[in-house]
Design a protein around this ligand. Structure first.
Ligand SMILES: [Mn+2]
Length: 358
């Protein structure tokens, strides 16, 4: 046998068309999975069941929940990777490690109480929970963000919610508090903070770490709900949503570029109908709404951030910011179900200032 024959016989099995195709398909699948998870193997591990579900394939019993409940990785929350490729938040702080948090059936208790913008109104928050017959044994609390600023007890609110084991998404004011604490963004080079940010000096390391960990969205899949501070851009999948929209939008208008059904988010509430509440558009039928064409997103969104519009009830989105810091009410939604409970503010801590973007 000459050398050439030996070589060709040696590699012959590798040239088998079936094996070649199989290897190529498997490599492509692995590469797509890694790409789907932003080249993070751990995220790819979590993304695999989601991809299988999307493709209509059976999900093996070792789902992300059971894999990641092992004690060695218990600090890693269940999450979806973000594909928006952002490293900094609109306030100039770093993006949270987990942008899209999933609250699993195992983590959630019997009822989930979703609370509107607290803005330092801790006494009202506690009164509201009493009114809702809250008990730590049977209830999980999820806040829509903006725990701080405007009201009287910002640092105390953060500390209390953290130590109670409450969940929260990140609001623009929570971002600003971090920016003030770390002197980044608009606070870069500022030696003495504005008086409104005095409270950041009362935050300890655990409070700051907790704020820093707040995700932009929290999905409660078994209840069919997503919690976000400000909103989502219609027509765009959850994992493509950008921090600026998730923490700041109030309205959307048609994009001039990007084709039919493309929306851009705006922070203001227009007087002349040039833009509409994002939640109203999100709730309209059609492929350009919800998460876009091909979306099977049948989930209901719960959000805050829009005290001026107050309680907003749309088919697929509910706004819970009822302006407590302005002397109006603090509201929570009880899940599962449609029930909502409110308490009156003890006083007006802040005078609303028109359409200012906060
Ligand atoms: Mn806000």
């Amino acid at each position: 046998m000459d050398t050439n024959t030996a070589v060709s016989e040696g590699i012959a099995p590798l040239l088998n068309p079936f094996l070649l195709t199989y290897t190529m398909v498997m490599s492509l699948m692995l590469l797509s999975l890694l790409r789907y998870a932003n080249n993070r193997p751990a995220a790819a591990f979590q993304a695999a069941p989601i991809l299988l579900k999307r493709l209509g394939l059976p999900v093996p019993s070792f789902s992300s929940s059971s894999l990641f409940s092992a004690s060695s990785v218990s600090a890693v929350p269940h999450s979806l990777p973000s594909f928006a490729n952002e490293t900094l938040t609109p306030a100039g702080t770093r993006m949270p490690a987990c942008v899209h948090r999933i609250l699993t059936r195992d983590e959630a208790k019997e009822r989930v109480l979703v609370v509107g913008d607290v803005h330092g109104c801790l006494e009202e928050l506690q009164a509201l929970l009493v009114k809702a017959n809250y008990t730590a044994a049977k209830d999980s609390v999820v806040l829509v963000g903006d725990l701080v600023n405007k009201g009287p007890l910002s640092a105390e609110t953060v500390k209390w919610c953290r130590t109670q084991g409450f969940y929260s998404v990140r609001g623009n004011h929570d971002d600003s508090a971090l920016a003030a604490y770390f002197r980044v963004g608009k606070f870069t080079g500022v030696s003495s903070l504005p008086q409104a940010y005095d409270f950041v000096a009362a935050l300890d390391e655990a409070d700051v770490a907790w704020l820093d960990s707040l995700p932009y969205t929290l999905s409660i899949e078994h209840l069919g709900v997503v919690v976000v501070h400000a909103g989502l851009l219609p027509g765009r999948p959850l994992q493509m949503q950008q921090a600026a929209d998730m923490s700041r939008i109030r309205s959307v208008k048609r994009a001039e570029e990007g084709g039919e059904g493309t929306w851009v988010g705006v922070e203001y509430i227009p007087e002349n109908g040039e833009a509409e509440p994002w939640a109203k558009v999100w709730s309209q039928e059609g492929k350009e709404c919800e998460g876009g064409e091909g979306s099977t997103d049948a989930r209901h969104l719960l959000f805050g951030h829009d005290a001026k519009r107050g309680l907003q009830v749309f088919r697929k989105a509910t706004g819970l910011d009822t302006g407590c810091c302005y002397g109006r009410e603090l509201t929570l939604a009880i899940l599962p179900g449609e029930e909502r409970i409110s308490v009156k503010a003890l006083k007006a801590y802040q005078v609303p200032h028109g359409l200012k973007s906060d």
